[in-house]
Design a protein around this ligand. Structure first.
Ligand SMILES: Cc1ncc(COP(=O)(O)O)c(C=O)c1O
Length: 344
């Protein structure tokens, strides 16, 4: 059987032999006692990377977001976020369930909120209203198609947060994709936020885990919520070694994923029946619409599957393809040829 070109997500990556080697030889200890040297090394490395006092390794991006939001809020508070954000759509109502807070989603332009929109959404001090406490941004923005938050917009929003005494959270699941594309260091992004997360299990190719970085007092609270959520792990160094390997070795190659995504987007733009704006393919996510009498998103993905290509239908007409470290230039060439044949 020929290998499958799996473009459903950058979470499908498997650890490379070198990463597995690092995991095999990881020094471990009981991390609930704070005694796992590999977890400690990863946390120290990431605190440095983000220019924050502390960082905490957690099992998933969802836990990273939820523990951060809980640490930043009190029950009854409100969090401003974007309509397509992961915390609003794909975390099972976690903020309401776990923190007793409500989300107030605002519609962005390709996932990007304007500072004036946020200013208008901040609740006045009135006994009827919830207290607006946090502004949560996502960079890169997943459902907008890996769109990068422009730094000047983040700075404007952060200035508003300071002025109005709000806290800032960044879902940076794919922040390193933004970092390599813009050349803006991770710590410059992180400076604008009280809590910042990063996933190792997406484009960076590790099997498990995310990090939350922030100042000591806030990470102390995140640490407590990690324990509440059952995320205290014991000899976690085995998986943390994969994460450490990922952040040290797999960042510099991310531009290859971006080049593959752009090439795919440009080719799809040439196909009648596919609607895509390649200008908005800025990192490793390619979102497009099917506008064909022959296919909807689901039946086109079925046709691709028959040709050993996997993509994700995310609505009746929208499909997502995500390049990653298991996808080569040849795979993209093959995928483009199959599209051309299917639509010939
Ligand atoms: C932007 C974003 N944030 C958070 C997450 C959650 O990560 P996890 O699947 O590790 O919980 C994802 C997962 O796809 C994501 O895309």
């Amino acid at each position: 059987m020929s290998p499958v070109v799996d473009l459903r997500s950058d979470t499908v990556t498997k650890p490379s032999p070198a990463m597995r080697e690092a995991m095999t030889h990881a020094e471990v200890g009981d991390d609930v006692f704070g005694e796992d040297p590999t977890v400690n090394e990863l946390q120290f490395y990431c605190a440095e990377l983000f220019g924050k006092e502390r960082a905490l390794y957690v099992p998933s991006g969802t836990m990273a977001n939820q523990a951060s939001l809980n640490a930043l809020t009190q029950p009854g508070d409100e969090i401003l976020c974007e309509y397509g954000s992961h915390i609003f759509n794909y975390e099972c109502g976690g903020p309401a369930l776990l923190s007793g807070v409500q989300l107030h989603p605002l519609r962005g332009d390709h996932g990007i909120l304007h500072v004036d929109q946020i200013r208008q959404a901040i609740r006045p001090d009135n006994v009827h209203h919830p207290v607006t406490r946090v502004i949560a941004l996502e960079n890169t923005h997943n459902t907008a198609g890996g769109v990068i938050y422009p730094m000047e917009k983040i700075r404007e929003i952060a200035a508003l947060a300071r002025e109005t005494n709000l806290r800032m959270h960044l879902d940076g699941a794919r922040l390193m994709n933004a970092v390599v594309e813009t050349g803006i260091p991770a710590r410059d992004y992180a400076r604008c936020f009280d809590t910042v997360t990063l996933c190792f299990s997406k484009g960076l190719g590790a099997p498990v885990g995310s990090i939350v970085a922030g100042d000591s007092d806030i990470i102390e609270r995140v640490h407590r919520y990690r324990k509440v959520y059952g995320g205290g792990m014991r000899q976690a160094g085995i998986i943390a070694a994969g994460a450490l390997y990922a952040i040290q070795h797999n960042v510099d190659r991310l531009p290859e994923d971006h080049a593959n995504a752009r090439r795919l987007a440009r080719a799809l733009d040439e196909i009648p029946g596919i609607d895509i704006d390649p200008e908005w393919v800025q990192t490793n996510i390619v979102m497009f619409k099917v506008q064909s009498e022959r296919f909807n998103a689901s039946t086109l993905c079925d046709a691709l599957r028959e040709r050993d290509i996997l993509m994700l239908p995310i609505s009746d007409i929208r499909i997502r393809a995500v390049t990653n470290l298991m996808i080569s230039e040849q795979d993209i060439g093959y995928t483009i040829r199959q599209f051309e044949e299917i639509f010939a």
